[in-house]
Ligand binder design. Structure first.
Ligand code: ADP
Ligand code: MG
Length: 337
């Protein structure tokens, strides 16, 4: 939708919390994020050949030409703005601002929410999948990290009351109802997530090396791992193969209302991310141990890429008086004027 002259356009995109299935998206596996009520709003008055934005959480103003070619050359958050502009190539720019209710750098996908809301505010009109893929490319160009599609797809395709079973081989989305009688809570570990670019890229390379030996990890079994020569690659692939299985088992547990089983799978997922995938931190491990020792907490695990940020817990209602109580929410949209 291109607004008329002088009319500003407002778009909202939610963050996401990943219930289970981390570091599975970029090998064509399964993941189960849910869009959350916290998110980012971009308001833009279209016009001109530059995109000028201020942000409630940044002092620097973004000022990017619509013909920007090298987003990574920009500073800080301006790279994300430039990444979206470079992918979209909007016919005109605009002037506006960004506000957010998300914590930044906490693993709840503030970066994807910014990209998706900005793309919509700049007039993007494709499907949620096309929107997500455009913003994934924007994030990769901005950050240099070869990230998967999960964050952007969860933000673009969220369904109220549901988590989203992502099949990252086909990029299809199956909404899975989050049962009544439970709560999803994110708790910050106290350390900002430093998505160590090189660590993420290295994990991705290790998974690809294992897949080159035994075929797509999504179709592989633990027995196949014998054929992976390098022990580190084997451990990384062990995480991915077992995590894919846990995502599908978790969906079954949600559908049958077995929250104890769902929680146990989350704890196994954390252990696998810690031991096999080596993306946890002592702070995340301590927080998970603390949370799962509390009455009424079914399970907890690090959420997102790891290296800091948040833990997600599945609990009985009202048992945790800390963190963010997250509700499964709808996807990104232009806010009616
Ligand atoms: P996460 O996506 O988990 O919050 P990232 O490290 O992927 O963490 O992205 C955080 C970065 O995204 C910030 O450092 C900033 O550059 C950018 N960003 C996210 N939201 C905003 C916002 N509302 N305003 C300005 N920059 C933002
Ligand atoms: Mg991010």
């Amino acid at each position: 939708m291109i607004p008329g002259p002088g009319r500003s356009i407002t778009a909202f995109a939610p963050g996401r919390v990943n219930l289970i299935g981390d570091h599975t998206d970029y090998t064509g596996g399964w993941a189960l994020p849910m869009a959350i009520q916290l998110g980012t709003t971009v308001t833009l008055a279209p016009g001109g050949d530059r995109v000028r934005l201020s942000s409630s959480v940044e002092t620097a103003t973004a000022d990017v030409g619509v013909d920007v070619v090298d987003p990574a050359a920009e500073d800080g958050w301006v790279r994300y703005v430039a990444g979206v502009v470079a992918e979209l190539r909007p016919p005109s720019g605009g002037v506006g601002n960004v506000t957010t209710s998300l914590p930044i750098g906490a693993g709840l996908s503030s970066s994807a929410a910014l990209e998706v809301a900005l793309a919509l505010a700049l007039g993007f009109t494709g499907t949620p999948l096309e929107l997500a893929m455009t913003c994934q490319r924007a994030e990769q160009r901005a950050s240099g990290v070869p990230c998967g599609l999960m964050d952007q797809l969860a933000s673009a395709a969220g369904v109220e009351g549901h988590a989203l079973l992502l099949d990252c081989a086909t990029n299809s989305v199956e909404p899975v109802r989050v049962p009544e009688g439970c709560e999803v809570v994110a708790v910050h570990s106290g350390r900002a997530r430093t998505l160590a670019d090189s660590d993420y890229a290295e994990r991705r390379r290790q998974c690809e090396a294992a897949a080159a030996e035994i075929g797509p990890l999504r179709d592989a079994t633990v027995a196949d791992l014998k054929a992976v020569v390098d022990p580190t690659d084997r451990r990384r692939a062990h995480h991915v193969i077992t995590e894919n299985g846990r995502v599908l088992a978790f969906v079954d547990a949600l559908k049958s209302g077995d929250l104890e089983e769902a929680g146990a799978l989350m704890v196994q997922s954390h252990e696998s991310l810690k031991v096999d995938f080596a993306v946890s931190t002592p702070g995340l491990d301590e927080l998970v141990a603390d949370l799962i020792s509390r009455r009424g907490v079914h399970g907890a695990r690090l959420t997102g890429a790891g290296f800091g940020g948040c833990v997600v817990a599945l609990t009985e209602p009202g048992v945790l008086d800390l963190g963010w109580r997250l509700t499964p929410s709808g996807g990104a949209h232009v806010v009616p004027a």
